[in-house]
Design a protein around this ligand. Structure first.
Ligand code: BGC
Length: 338
């Protein structure tokens, strides 16, 4: 028999194998790692109408963020304020255009970009009645962004809480992923536990074992009496005014324990973690905010957890929009440079 067909067959097999390899998605731990370090573009697109909370995204913000050395942005989005109440829950095309613009800006500056569903309050007050709408929103969002590169990452729902307990939330996760996977089989998707994506609820989170394209998020604002003192949206929090965080042994011990537990859980599940929000509100003294932010950023870094500070230019702001400059000590704390 001639050797030619055999050689041809070998060449064909090798090319085919190479194509298969090329089509393989990036390792999910690598995708998560590229989120390090990020900032939330909060108070803009998760307001009922962008601008209503005093912040409208500008192209220059993305340039500043990239230039400062940050690598990702998380864009909180109130899709439910821009979608019909009845099936098929059509999202306003103009709103999609605006989100496309923001995603384009991020990608043009080589920033990974997380887009989520934020402030869908009905999911927390009456979850079962509103789940079909959330599924309908994800069907449209997933289809719309299906051709975007892997740097665009979806996050199912910000901070499930109230009536949306872990017991109700867990079985909703595969339903939402099901509709996303129809059009985005390989896209990295972020998901967190109940009780406001609490680190302490990770133990309760149940993820579909077969889906290995997931990154697990948690938010860290502890101690709340420090980070949320005099925050208008937190009842009774004016009483906490004056709380400091100096990195005492007791304070650091709590942080260490929380992050050790998170890291141990993630290891046991073989899932990457993401600290999707952490920050201290402007009512706290600035020095404490910097000390706390640095300590949290370092606790995460020591355990290989990428971080995303809450947030860019409002009440927790890394960036002072009035003065048009970074709050440098806070920025350096996030960057872990100092
Ligand atoms: C909420 C914001 C809030 C922040 C800190 C976010 O998840 O959406 O409204 O300012 O957490 O409390």
């Amino acid at each position: 028999m001639s050797r030619f067909p055999l050689a041809l067959l070998l060449a064909f097999t090798l090319t085919f194998a190479a194509t298969l390899r090329a089509a393989e998605p990036e390792d999910i731990f690598k995708t998560a790692k590229r989120l390090e370090r990020g900032v939330n573009l909060g108070n803009a697109l998760e307001a009922p109408r962008e601008g209503e909370w005093g912040l409208t995204l500008k192209a220059e913000y993305f340039a500043k963020i990239a230039h400062a050395g940050l690598r990702s942005v998380r864009i909180p989005i109130s899709w439910s304020s821009h979608a019909a109440a009845e099936p098929p829950y059509t999202i306003d095309p103009k709103f999609f255009e605006r989100i496309d613009w923001a995603v384009d800006q991020a990608l043009a500056h080589k920033l990974s970009v997380v887009i989520n569903v934020h402030h869908f309050g009905e999911m927390d007050s009456d979850p079962e009645s509103h789940l079909p709408r959330l599924v309908g929103l994800w069907k449209q969002i997933a289809t719309h962004f299906r051709s975007r590169p892997g740097e665009v990452i979806f996050e199912l729902l910000n901070e499930p809480h109230d009536k949306l307990t872990d017991e109700l939330w867990n079985p909703m996760i595969p339903q939402l992923l099901g509709v996303i996977r129809e059009t985005n089989p390989e896209r990295a998707v972020i998901v967190g536990a109940g009780h406001w994506n609490s680190v302490h609820n990770l133990e309760k989170l149940k993820l579909p074992a077969a889906d290995r394209r997931l990154i697990v998020t948690f938010h860290y604002y502890e101690p709340l009496h420090f980070t949320h003192q005099a925050a208008s949206w937190v009842p009774e929090s004016t009483k906490w005014k004056g709380e400091t965080w100096r990195g005492t042994e007791t304070q650091v011990a709590v942080l260490t324990k929380d992050f050790d537990e998170a890291a141990a859980w993630a290891k046991s599940q073989a899932r990457p973690l993401y600290l999707g929000e952490f920050g201290a509100y402007e009512e706290a003294d600035f020095e404490s905010r910097v000390t706390w932010t640095r300590a949290v950023a370092q606790a995460a870094a020591q355990r290989g957890i990428p971080t995303c500070y809450w947030e860019f230019g409002a009440g927790f702001g890394l960036f002072d929009r009035d003065a048009n400059r970074w709050r440098d000590a806070l920025l350096q704390a996030v960057l872990k440079n100092k």
